[in-house]
Ligand binder design. Sequence first.
Ligand code: PLP
Ligand code: COI
Length: 359
Amino acid sequence: MSMFAFEPNPDPVPAEERARQLIDPGFGRVFTDHMAIAQYDEGTGWHDAKITTRQALTMDPASSVLHYAQEIFEGLKAYPRPNGGAALFRPDANARRFNASARRMAMPDLPEELFLESVRALVRADIGWMPQREDGALYLRPFMFASEVFLGVKPAARYLYIVMASAVGSYFKGAPSVSLWVTREYTRAGPGGTGAAKCGGNYATSLIAQAEAIRNGCDQVVFLDAVERRWVEELGGMNIFFVFEDGSLATPPLGGTILAGITRDSIITLARDMGLQVREEPYAIEQWHADAESGRLTEAFACGTAAVVTAIGSVKGAEGEFAIGGQSVGPVTQRIREKLVAIQRGTAPDPHQWVEEIA
Ligand code: PLP
Ligand code: COI
């Protein structure tokens, strides 16, 4: 028996309209017919878990999330499988990270099994929304926010947990590589802050820096550490890897100011499986510039659930601009991307038991 009662949508999007929306869904605009929802009340705990019609929420203007931003989220995908079904990739890691974020934001734990069941039940209900494209997936967005009607500054006593599903294609369209802007003015996270939590506030603070990147003709912003303004940390919504001439890789270490990406962790394992050396170590922006120019650094890529593995072609900042490799997708980036995607989509074996087939 599922923990989630099922209330089917009585008025789902007609099949023809759905098919039209699935041709080129883009990212985060096409939503399915259902959502998972559960409520938390202090004293009672989690209750009223159900899969129901995706619909607007009614909120009191004093709902505390609207004032003090107690909100966290996750992002994971259900991938289409060769047999026509769907599979999740390391959803247990998302469940654990959700609770790590919850603790940082003084929010209640969500039992891991409730997280996993919510995601599985929603994918089963909306499997008909899976885009049948090479880059297609159902992007799942679990989130939790403070719904208590109270203006005092304290952890709320009521929360809503919701999972939506969005039919998606690629996050980046077109170009084989992205260009980065190094912001000097803004930082994303400081020691003791919320950088390692997946809370909405982190994304709110990144937007002005992302706008600065666009103004300077770049696709994405890359943040440096807040203390020395020197060490490369991550992008607004992706982790970063560097590839060197000797075939080794490096990625910034997890130290509380960057998000512990599940793609990042998987790539470290896969690269080591491929016999490549991977270092988790700080890398300074001026070293990156020097290494790209000397040829010691041959490739760089961004990675995440939405971005998958995306080559970085050039980097621009106040003190100049440099190109990476041939501004195309380098061979190591390509091999790692193919290896990861093949496991996620079931066209290669899954040696680490990362994949959970669900429908
Ligand atoms: N860093 C940030 C700030 C992110 O928002 C994301 C996306 O979720 C990542 C890194 C990559 O994490 P994951 O690989 O778990 O999707
Ligand atoms: C993800 O990859 O899931 C992200 O969170 C990145 C962005 C869409 C916020």
